[in-house]
Write a protein that binds this ligand. Structure first.
Ligand code: SF4
Length: 103
């Protein structure tokens, strides 16, 4: 799930809705498309798509820079914690790939 972010939301700091599909495409190319995991992405810390409760949360912090959070639950009943800060949009897929291959 992703929030609208750029260009629709005036509060957006980074892409979300337009960026997440390409991240998912990369994961599918790696054979990880059937992993049952919740990934939520937002374009700013207001977190309208609720990344703080996702198993993997991605929050845009500035232009093309994201923090990644891990440890939420699929049902959204637990807050996640910071995993990595200031990751560029181009490396999001490889970071998430690493996480999914660990589990
Ligand atoms: S999380 Fe931020 S960028 Fe996304 S819709 Fe909400 S306010 Fe806009």
């Amino acid at each position: 799930m992703a929030c609208p972010a750029l260009p629709t939301c005036g509060l957006a700091l980074a892409e979300a809705e337009r960026a997440l599909p390409s991240v998912i495409d990369e994961l599918e190319k790696e054979g990880l498309g059937n992993k049952s995991v919740s990934i939520r992405m937002s374009g700013c810390p207001n977190s309208c798509s609720r990344p703080p409760v996702a198993e993997i949360g991605i929050i845009g912090m500035s232009a093309n820079k994201y923090n990644i959070y891990t440890g939420g639950t699929f049902e959204g009943t637990k807050l996640n914690k910071i995993y990595k800060e200031n990751i560029s949009g181009e490396t999001l897929a490889s970071e998430i790939k690493t996480l999914l291959k660990k589990n």
